[in-house]
Design a protein around this ligand. Sequence first.
Ligand code: PEP
Ligand code: MG
Length: 587
Amino acid sequence: MFGLPVSRGVAIGRAVLVASSRVDVAHYFIDPDEAAAEVARLRHARDTVVHEITSLKRDLPVDAPPELAALLDVHLMLLHDPMLSEATRHWIEGRHYNAEWAITAQTEVLARQFDDMEDDYLRERKADVEQVAERLLRAMAKEGSLLPQAAHARDFAGEDPLVLVANDIAPADMLQFKGSVFKGFVTDVGGRTSHTAIVARSMDIPAVVGAREASRLVRQDDWLIIDGDNGVVVVNPTPIVLEEYRFRQRQSELERARLHRLRHMPSVTIDGQAVELLANIELPADAANALEAGAVGVGLFRSEFLFMNRNGELPDEDEQFEAYRAAVTALGGLPVTIRTVDIGADKPLDRVATHEMRHEHALNPALGLRAIRWSLSEPDMFRQQLRAMLRASAYGKVRILVPMVAHRSEILATLEALQRAKQQLADAGIAYSKVELGAMIEVPAAALTMPLLLQHFDFVSIGTNDLIQYTLAIDRADEAVAHLYDPWHPAVLKLIADVIAAADAAGKHVSVCGEMAGDTTFTELLLGLGLRSLSMHPSQISAVKQRVLRADTARLAKASAAALTGLDPAAVWTALIDKPGQRAAAT
Ligand code: PEP
Ligand code: MG
């Protein structure tokens, strides 16, 4: 199977399927001690549904078609069938899945068995199993989860390495898998810069997205090879294929170890240009990783991840303050760029959050109420966040970054909110230090009106993921148009080049924090365009640094200029820089 490679390396392991279901379901591992409570939740949900269906049956009007009563009987029978109840229990007790995940996993197993049946009548019973599962999930959703969120990403002891296979994984769910046992993952949908892919990349495990049929073709416990370099997924490989990939896996680990040695070397080109390599993080706990990888600061702290997986409760000012302070203190004086919340599009809030209702019904969420637009529509929440960031500035160097600004009115409203947040702190006698305010350049309108932005902001950071999405009108999370998501498009490169030039001319700091920054294909090009600051996943820093150490920026500037004037920048660039033999001369 083929998909889009999103995170490097080779993973080999047994498939754990996260089945999709019509009811939104959280997936997490429970602590083995919690299995009994989880089974009790399952039993309780079953009793509720049995009661529901029995009442439904009892209240059927006398003239109801007899098929209806028969159908309800089938559902009651299924609820008591060990194939559903006992086997679901097995996923909880043996695999330590939470109850909802156990139900969807078992439903998937049964659905496949029904699919394989010859008899039409029996095959159609699949729909009944799915309906019963849906009723169970809805009953559980009403009761809520018993478990504290902190238990979610816990590892469990298994013998074989595991890889995750799903139709899709929401960024919030992906975050819960961070630090868990999975050695790799595959999804049917998604683009290279979807937020699910971004979180996977931050986990630094091999991943393939957009593999279309993967979750349908792969079965629970199949052996899988995930080739995150080439976007290939091999199901139940032969011994020879397995051996070949094990060899590649070892090679890739050796290469990583070699690159890792560069982590504390200063990042300077051969012609003496210092290039700042910063880290993108999602949670304060990632800060340690960033330092370990040799980052000289955090260029993008995606604060919205603090807002996810919270059953609709937003973090209050103190909680946010603690999170920002943790990151700032961990960085020990190095700058931490905290982005104000970027909720919306492919990063919805929790399912039950009231705010989210507006996104769910948005016709086109990527163009809807997201990022700064959402923050400005929730002024109390926004000021709370700004105050939390300001308070953290008393403990280190904080920069505040605003996502997706495009309008003068948004800039002015943001400045006003910041001013009010400062005033409130001052009135309460709470300390804060000077913070720089930056704008993300993610919308072509912003890139094309740099003088306006530079008038108000201290620095800019180019969010190439969105800038490409909005310039080319390509949904970054949609694998169907992934082939058109092209960072080499002349329009994209021109916008990036112009933003860098405008910021330089105004003497303001400019950085790239989209996925292009960590993709070594673009390191030399960006250096050639004059960029001297890049922010990326910590795991990418060493590979980018290796490119920096070999770069001659004067030569690269000429090549970048030539690529930009050509109609096919990628071809010009390859001819000038990537041609074997010439590369050494140019770099
Ligand atoms: C971007 O758009 O490039 C960016 C860094 O922000 P995000 O990926 O979180 O949208
Ligand atoms: Mg963005």
